[in-house]
Design a protein around this ligand. Structure first.
Ligand code: PLP
Length: 239
């Protein structure tokens, strides 16, 4: 049912289902739940905690094998002590928000050999709502703030120049429990920000957009999301 809703929303934005990756967020659910979703056809799974990812990935591989075609997405912001776990276990990282995390991830991606063979695709996390509880680079007033523009540009350059990364785009989270028009505005401004960044930093690729969760993934797709991170709508409420 969620795959169908993703496809319908993609068509409303003049795209197809193939243009949108549905990341099934399995945090708090055991490996068996991931395997069930895998057998039902899901291939992209998201975890917000580095340790949980590092435990669950081998547990799932023990059941379905290492060549399952599963893509593991680390979707949560990291403490710098967690960077090795993500560099070793994630196939995609959605929540880069600090220079120190970029530096430490890169160092590990060189150490573990991935920078040569399998660079880590990265989304920079941006905060468009200005809510201080949210992680992400403050881009709440990016249209008018050259300071915010420069901070994002610096992070983009860092990702582009450090070994081990493939720039992919921007990730954001909408505020909770606000009107649809506010959520839509945040997603739209995030897309505009990605286009701004692409012009400012044409050497990298920045146009993928990770945005939209259970309560707002269809709005996000209508506004251009290429990756939606959906947990509860697929698996039910978490404990
Ligand atoms: C948990 C989580 C999601 C999924 O949230 P749902 O409301 O269950 O769809 C998406 N993104 C991040 C970063 C998360 O931590």
């Amino acid at each position: 049912a969620i795959v169908d809703r993703v496809a319908a929303a993609a068509e409303r934005s003049d795209r197809t289902a193939a243009d949108v990756t549905l990341v099934a967020v399995t945090k708090t659910w055991p490996a068996e739940t991931v395997v069930s979703a895998y057998r039902a056809g899901m291939r992209n799974f998201g975890e917000n905690r580095a340790e949980e990812l590092s435990d669950k990935r081998p547990a799932v591989e023990a059941i379905v094998g290492p060549d399952s075609g599963i893509v593991w997405h680390a979707i949560g912001a990291l403490q710098s002590r967690e960077t090795n776990l993500v560099a070793d276990n994630a196939d995609v990282f959605h929540a880069l928000d600090r220079a120190k995390v970029a530096d430490r991830l890169s160092r590990r991606l060189v150490e573990n050999g991935r920078s040569e063979t399998r660079p880590l695709p990265v989304f920079i996390e941006v905060n468009l709502s200005g809510e201080t509880t949210k992680s992400g680079l403050d881009c709440s007033d990016w249209e008018h703030s050259s300071e915010q523009q420069q901070a994002l540009q610096q992070m983009a350059r860092r990702v582009h120049s450090l070994p081990g990364f493939t720039p992919w785009g921007l990730m954001t989270m909408a505020p909770w429990q606000v009107e649809e028009s506010v959520i839509r505005g945040i997603f739209r401004r995030t897309r505009e920000l990605a286009h701004w960044l692409q012009e400012a930093e044409p050497d990298g690729y920045w146009l993928k957009l990770s945005m939209g969760m259970t309560d707002d993934f269809e709005i996000a797709i209508e506004e251009g999301a290429t990756h939606v991170r959906v947990g509860r709508a697929i698996f039910g409420a978490r404990n």
